[in-house]
Design a binder for this molecule. Structure first.
Ligand code: NAD
Ligand code: GLY
Length: 327
């Protein structure tokens, strides 16, 4: 029996570190490699077309299995290509960033960005499997580790007060890439995400909670032309803004509000977006995918570990919550 061909989608940095090791693990298969430029600014329809061109050039058929080797950008572009090529071919995610191991490789969201709004073109498309080797994290730049920590903190905030308290005690171990701490944090993050996605794969309701901080964060990413902040960094600032709204509504008490900022700071994440105008953020937020006919909705906190999807408060409250993180 011949083994299914395995086109590999990766980026230049990851290819230089891990491509040969992956290739060695796929003996006897037809392999083609598509190396994309790295970075969020390349999560575009141009990169998507590059992947499709390569698949056509090699005449891959429906029996191929795309392997996405890299961070969330490669995973999202490669995944979207798998969803579209020949109306869908198999996909295996091999995430190599902390963020991709705890979030983007799991759950089946794939997408590319539009210059005006994040993740606007995409598909729900589940991988056949996700293979995360935590040893790849040892080569990650510290800023990328922080970006992954932002999503882990998010899980604690939306669904698991115990995880949040554990993070308060163990964030230094995670920053130092302690294997036992990483294993626990990655496993618990994937469990939380899988539980939510199993209930609501297509984001008709509960899955939106995974987007805590993201309505603000996606707006900042687009404003920063997908270059100024890493995704996890923009989400960290967005979580501060969402926590401000929650506190303003009286849902999050002062001590809890302070714990949010303290943990994000301990993870060395940015807390503010100086130079950005609140109106610009508000305008970009109108492109959010959670927007309903009745208006903008936000994921807010009723306490640490308890998130809800709620209609956005009046504009003055929202503006103040944003402005506090712009100075
Ligand atoms: P990324 O894919 O841009 O990777 C970050 C950087 O790290 C890149 O320069 C990459 O080349 C490099 N890199 C990757 N692995 C490395 C390694 N092991 N050693 C050294 N360098 C390495 O960014 P990311 O943070 O992994 O992913 C962010 C993207 O994920 C965003 O586009 C975001 O929207 C998306 N995302 C998607 C989902 C989803 O559900 N699909 C969820 C969360 C985030
Ligand atoms: N990162 C949000 C989601 O997967 O739904």
């Amino acid at each position: 029996m011949s083994l299914s061909p395995a086109p590999i989608v990766t980026d230049g940095i990851v290819a230089s570190l891990y491509l040969e090791r992956l290739r060695a693990g796929l003996p006897g298969r037809e392999i083609a490699v598509c190396v994309l430029p790295d970075g969020e600014q390349h999560k575009t329809l141009v990169s998507f077309t590059t992947v499709i061109d390569r698949l056509i050039e090699h005449k891959f058929r429906r029996d191929c299995c795309i392997v996405a080797l890299g961070g969330g950008v490669v995973g999202d572009v490669g995944g979207f290509a798998a969803a579209c090529y020949l109306r869908g071919v198999d996909l295996v995610q091999v995430p190599t960033t902390l963020l991709a191991q705890v979030d983007s490789s799991v759950g089946g969201k794939t997408a590319v960005n539009h210059p005006r709004a994040k993740n606007m073109i995409g598909a729900f498309y589940q991988p056949k499997s996700v293979i995360a080797d935590t040893a790849t994290l040892t080569t990650l730049p510290p800023r990328e580790v922080g970006a992954g920590l932002a999503e882990i903190i998010k899980y604690g905030l939306i669904a698991d007060a115990k995880l949040f308290a554990w993070l308060e005690e163990n964030i230094e171990n995670l920053l130092a890439l302690d294997p036992a701490a990483l294993e626990l944090a990655i496993k618990r993050s994937c469990e939380i995400k899988a539980e939510i996605v199993a209930e609501d794969e297509r984001e008709q309701g509960k899955r939106a909670l995974l987007n805590f901080g993201h309505t603000f964060g996606h707006a900042l990413e687009a404003i920063g032309r997908y270059e100024r902040w890493l995704h996890g960094e923009a989400v960290a600032i967005g979580m501060e803004m969402a926590a401000n709204v929650s506190a303003e509504l009286g849902w999050l008490d002062r001590t809890e509000r302070e714990r949010v900022s303290r943990l994000l700071a301990k993870a060395r994440l940015p807390h503010a977006a100086p130079g950005v105008a609140a109106d610009e953020v508000l305008e970009h937020m109108q492109m959010d995918k959670k927007i309903a006919r009745s208006g903008l909705r936000l994921v807010l906190l009723e306490g640490i570990g308890r998130a809800v999807l709620s209609p956005a408060p009046e504009r003055a409250v929202l503006r103040e919550a944003i402005e506090r993180q712009l100075r």
